[in-house]
Ligand binder design. Structure first.
Ligand SMILES: [Zn+2]
Ligand SMILES: [Zn+2]
Length: 348
């Protein structure tokens, strides 16, 4: 298969600390001894990528340039490093984008998701918005037979949804989800499937709330639906047992704090775009529990995702657009516009 790999490839590129991306022709990366080279087939656009393209405050603080961004993908292994024995050419794979050191105290304790020296594919090192990407074999997830390519391409954000939705037991409880982006929608689908008594999901975008009609949950428009109304539609007068904050919107975080019950458990996954005041006295007196969640547990969450999909979970309702990679401008504008769920780029 080696001789089919070209010398150069197309890639989306950020040359320096400025807004925008360019489509360039660049050498195909060479895999190191413990890496694999993947031919990229489909990639997903994530909020992270929008931050990087726009070069906002978060990107300025967090991103290293020059950079090929992108971290959500499905592809096919075309070459394995000489130290890689457990993977082979031709396998359809996804990639865990958290590049962990394997040697720090957390990694050695089996908590790779809390690695002290974590770096991120497509943020700190060249990512998947390219026809080929080289990644450590330890970060590769091999897809089972029969997983549709489009579903395989969103295993990474589906993993975020599974990680958030399984942080606390859900069965029989009322759940409020603020933010109906792809991760919020998939988390809502999983909570309903895991036997939540009621699931209410909010967003400011009626388009995104419309996607919630594909699953057995109750959509509610933000900011019109205040905490009291949300409790009513969720049939949970004392407040929600569980809250999943997926939006990063400061207003949504406040709604969440007000809508959960005393002792309620909040999972915070959304990243606020600005400083957000929080009434800590309220958290103390109402004995709220707030758990931060980021990324996926490695590899447990990937196994859970694969099991859910093998058992019939179909998250493809969140995929609303697919563009060829050279239509990236339109793809990024669509993803940023609020009239879209998950937007894919096709590199095949
Ligand atoms: Zn992502
Ligand atoms: Zn580590």
């Amino acid at each position: 298969m080696n001789n089919e790999i070209p010398e150069t490839m197309s890639a989306l590129f950020k040359p320096g600390p400025v807004a925008g991306l360019q489509l360039i022709e660049t050498p195909v990366p060479r895999p190191g001894d413990d890496d694999v080279l993947i031919r990229v087939l489909l990639t997903g656009l994530c909020g992270t990528d929008l931050h990087i393209a726009a070069w906002d405050d978060w990107a300025r603080r967090s991103v290293r340039t020059p950079l090929i961004p992108g971290h959500e993908c499905v592809g096919q292994i075309v070459e394995v490093g000489i130290g890689v024995t457990e993977l082979r050419e031709g396998q359809f794979v996804g990639v865990e984008g958290h590049l962990t050191c394997g040697r720090c105290q957390q990694c050695r304790a089996g908590a790779r998701h809390l690695c002290l020296r974590n770096t991120n594919l497509g943020v700190h090192t060249d990512g998947v918005f390219a026809q080929y990407v080289a990644v450590p074999a330890a970060n590769v997830w091999v897809h089972g037979k029969g997983v549709p390519l489009e579903v395989a391409s969103i295993f990474d954000p589906l993993g975020n949804a599974v990680h958030a939705a399984t942080t606390h037991p859900i069965s029989g409880l009322s759940v409020l989800i603020t933010g109906a982006g792809p991760i919020g929608l998939m988390a809502a689908q999983i909570c309903a499937r895991m036997g939540a008594r009621s699931v209410v999901i909010t967003d400011i975008s009626s388009f995104r709330l419309g996607l919630a009609e594909h699953i057995d949950v109750t959509p509610a428009a933000a900011p019109q639906s205040g905490p009291d109304e949300l409790r009513t539609v969720g049939d949970t007068p004392l407040g929600f047992d569980i809250g999943l904050e997926m939006s990063g919107a400061p207003e949504a975080l406040q709604t969440m704090l007000d809508a959960v019950s005393p002792g309620g458990r909040i999972v915070a996954l959304g990243l606020p775009s600005r400083d957000t005041p929080v009434d800590w006295a309220d958290i103390s007196t109402r004995m709220l529990n707030i758990q931060g969640v980021s990324g996926r547990r490695i590899p447990e969450t990937w196994r859970s995702v694969a099991a859910l999909v093998a058992n019939g979970l179909d998250p493809s309702f969140v995929i609303t657009h697919k563009f060829r990679y050279d239509q990236y401008d339109e793809a990024f504008a669509t993803a940023a516009g609020g009239q879209a769920g998950k937007v894919l780029l096709d590199w095949a």
